[in-house]
Design a protein around this ligand. Structure first.
Ligand code: XMP
Length: 327
């Protein structure tokens, strides 16, 4: 924090329903005052922050909010569908859904350097979003899910790291109703707004999505294997009652193969690496001692149902020296 860092205007934490309801009422007034009958555009990823901002804006201005959900093809199984169900079908939002899978995967073909992959994904996201914004008329505002840690991390400069900074040159005025909230407060507000718990307590998920868990140059086949394996991991953790108890868990499919055998024939297939970590701040993590039967269930389901995979490994590495993600 430096002298330019804006101070939080709240004296107490939003840690209960009443405080969340008060915050929502205040923000609805503030949003209406700021935007009047103007239209607001919002990139809705389905992450906690943008989802809460969308739900707040829907309450405040209804159809004058236009949400754009860009599916970059690196979402987890069922994620884009959930965004559409919750926001378009249940909350009645004006939602533009863009399936840009082919564009992203074509741009990523052959790109193996992790930093380069992140840059390609970030730049393409901005391009797709700008194109969509250009097709709309009468938009004066841009909603953003900036939260207080984003402001603290960037020393007073507003930057929402997940989307790599949305187009400044769209010339839109920012609407950032949760910019003074910490993550737990955003979740409390999300619950009070009636968002599904699954969305509100979603694990951290990188902006570049499954792209950082399909290491090296992404191929459609390996990405499909990763998506299926990840869905098995999430289902089995939920069935074992570990949702919300283990901080983050997911699958990785690295770009290596090993020898296996199936139906009497030798195979050359990928491993699935299971990653699970506990932490309070993501800076240092420990690895939970998972129940052996859970590990066996995950392994046998993945080996039975995910094509192109012949091994399942559990990553026992703490951070440091490993990071949580593989890229
Ligand atoms: P690492 O791999 O650095 O990850 O130990 C720390 C935490 O940050 C998450 N992560 C991201 N979150 N955008 C995000 O919003 C990103 O680009 C990104 N990359 C990593 C990671 O999942 C972990 O929780």
């Amino acid at each position: 924090m430096n002298a330019n860092t804006p101070k939080r205007p709240y004296t107490s934490r939003i840690d209960n329903c009443e405080a969340a309801e008060r915050f929502i009422a205040e923000q609805i007034d503030a949003i209406r005052t700021q935007v009047g009958d103007g239209k607001v555009l919002l990139a809705l990823s389905g992450g906690v922050d943008s989802s809460v901002v969308a739900a707040l804006l829907i309450r405040a201005i209804g159809k004058n909010l236009v949400c754009v959900h860009v599916n970059h093809g690196l979402m987890r199984k069922g994620e884009s569908e959930q965004v559409i169900t919750v926001f378009r079908d249940q909350l009645g939002a004006e939602l533009i859904y863009i399936d840009a899978t082919d564009r992203f995967l074509d741009k990523l073909a052959g790109v193996s350097d992790p930093e380069r992959k992140r840059k390609v994904i970030g730049a393409e996201f901005i391009r797709v979003f700008e194109e969509e914004a250009g097709k709309l008329s009468g938009i004066r505002f841009l909603g953003q899910g900036t939260i207080y840690p984003d402001i603290l991390e960037s020393d007073g400069v507003k930057a929402h790291h997940n989307v790599g900074g949305l187009p400044e040159d769209l010339g839109l005025e920012l609407v950032e109703p949760v910019k003074f909230l910490y993550k737990d407060e955003v979740r409390q507000v999300g619950l009070a707004l009636g968002l599904p718990e699954e969305m509100v307590f979603r694990q951290p998920f990188p902006g570049p999505g499954l792209g950082v868990r399909c290491t090296g140059a992404i191929t459609r086949e390996r990405l499909a294997a990763l998506r299926e394996a990840d869905a098995v991991v999430r289902e089995e953790f939920a069935a074992a009652g570990l949702q919300g108890k283990v901080w983050q868990y997911f699958a990785v499919v690295p770009d290596i193969t090993s020898t296996g055998v199936r139906d009497g024939k030798r195979t050359d297939s990928w491993p699935v690496i299971l990653r699970a970590v506990n932490t309070t701040d993501a800076m240092a993590v420990t690895v939970p001692r998972l129940d052996w039967e859970l590990l066996e269930r995950i392994t046998s389901r993945i080996l039975a149902t995910v094509p192109g995979v012949n091994r399942v490994l559990y990553d026992l590495s703490p951070k440091p020296p490993a990071t949580i993600e593989w890229e």
